[in-house]
Design a binder for this molecule. Structure first.
Ligand SMILES: Cc1ncc(COP(=O)(O)O)c(C=O)c1O
Length: 388
């Protein structure tokens, strides 16, 4: 079946007592435990005992995500960062080495730059994972995890997953991929050799900007380890209500991703042709430095994330932001609304990004408004701010 059909029908219903078409929300913190001798998984996540072990709405969401990605199993968490830290702390032990995309979400960057080395004695190499040879050269005898964010937040660099999977497996390491920027149907990391696929479900999977969540997908053996440590014993589980909201959002993810991608390509092409624009990177543009890879990996849909900058000084950039009426100045991404955030020159993140970004830039999450209206808003804001 096609991904639009799987998004509607994939996964199994857990309860059909009243014949409801939609799965109810199971707001229960604990469950009746069998007294008839049925074995109970007290320390793990294979029995209904307590909401931190497992919960019906988590299971429904996990099943649908597995059906859509082809993963054997899935664990869901209270946020994308909870899912990421679950992976890092499950598979990295004191003295291990990790290779990590330097262009990555800020919490991932800080975990690897500071907390994991300082608190847990993890060795870390942060590098540009779009440079496959740099990844190969960084492997050490104790390398246990290669963590790649692709497309990378915020610069949209695309890494060569096939090649990096080979490098990881030759080294006896796992490859985990944060594919949040691609969303759920534009990229399938598990089919490209990744052992673990991670998403902030807060973004495209939910898509409606009303709840946080994170997921990790992969083989049952790995997901069981993650669930036991991070769900049961760290405890950052996804609430039944948020699981229900996110499962509802996921149903329309293939349709939304198609529209996000179509809109973003139209906006990126317009920006590229606009004389006020200093640069624009979007994986779907032929001018993107890894466009060939994006074509190979991204199913002809390049998601909704663009980064660009305008000519003009800091004050002109601020005037442009103030003049936007449809596009909102806000963090986060993957929502129905277009969201833009400005990294000004004072941002301490700029040195980690390619040269062209270091004068400041915009990260732009293209929403589901009509592309012509988004472009019209950008154009009028550029004119009011005197940039165009
Ligand atoms: C690539 C990426 N991974 C992870 C996260 C963190 O997700 P959450 O905010 O759901 O914890 C984000 C958030 O922006 C992100 O962009």
């Amino acid at each position: 079946m096609k991904n639009t059909t799987i998004a509607v029908h994939g996964g199994t219903r857990k309860d059909d007592t009243f014949g409801a078409i939609n799965e109810p929300i199971y707001m229960t913190s604990n469950y009746r435990i069998p007294t008839d001798g049925t074995p109970v998984d007290w320390s793990g996540t294979h029995s209904n005992i307590y909401q931190r072990n497992r919960n019906v709405n988590q299971m429904v969401l996990q099943d649908k995500l597995c059906a859509m990605t082809g993963a054997e199993d899935c664990a869901v968490f209270a946020s994308g960062v909870a899912a990421l830290s679950a992976v890092f702390t499950t598979f990295l032990n004191s003295g291990d080495h990790a290779i990590v995309s330097e262009v990555c979400y800020s919490a991932t960057n800080l975990l690897f730059r500071k907390y994991l080395p300082e608190k847990y004695n993890i060795e870390v190499t942060l590098l540009d994972t779009t440079d496959t040879e740099a990844v190969r050269a960084a492997v050490r005898p104790n390398t246990k995890l290669i963590h790649v964010e692709t497309p990378g937040n915020p610069t949209t660099g695309v890494s060569d997953l096939d090649a990096i999977a080979e490098i990881a497996h030759a080294a006896g390491a796992l490859l985990s991929v944060d594919a949040t920027f691609a969303g759920p149907v534009c990229l399938y990391p598990l089919r490209r050799g990744a052992d673990l696929e991670i998403h902030s479900m807060t973004k495209y999977i939910n898509g409606h900007g009303d709840s946080l969540g994170g997921c990790v997908l992969g083989a049952t053996k790995l997901i069981d380890e993650i669930k036991e440590l991070a769900m049961v014993n760290y405890g950052g589980i996804l609430s039944p209500f948020n699981a229900w909201l996110i499962a509802r959002g996921l149903v329309t993810a293939p349709l939304r991703m198609r529209q996000h991608s179509e809109n973003a390509l139209a906006v990126a092409r317009w920006l590229e042709a606009c004389p006020a624009v200093r640069f624009v990177w979007y994986p779907g543009l032929e001018s993107h430095p890894q466009h060939d890879r994006a074509v190979r990996y991204m199913n002809g849909q390049y998601s909704g994330m663009i980064s660009f900058d305008l000519n003009g000084d800091e004050a002109a950039h601020q005037r442009f932001l103030n003049a936007l009426t449809l596009v909102t100045h806000a963090v986060s991404l993957g929502d129905v609304e277009s969201l833009i955030v400005y990294y000004d020159k004072s941002s301490d993140k700029l040195p980690h990004y390619p040269e062209i970004y270091r004068e400041g830039f915009f990260r732009f999450s293209i929403g589901l408004e009509d592309a012509e209206d988004i472009i019209a808003d950008l154009e009028q804001a550029m004119k009011i701010s005197g940039i165009l």
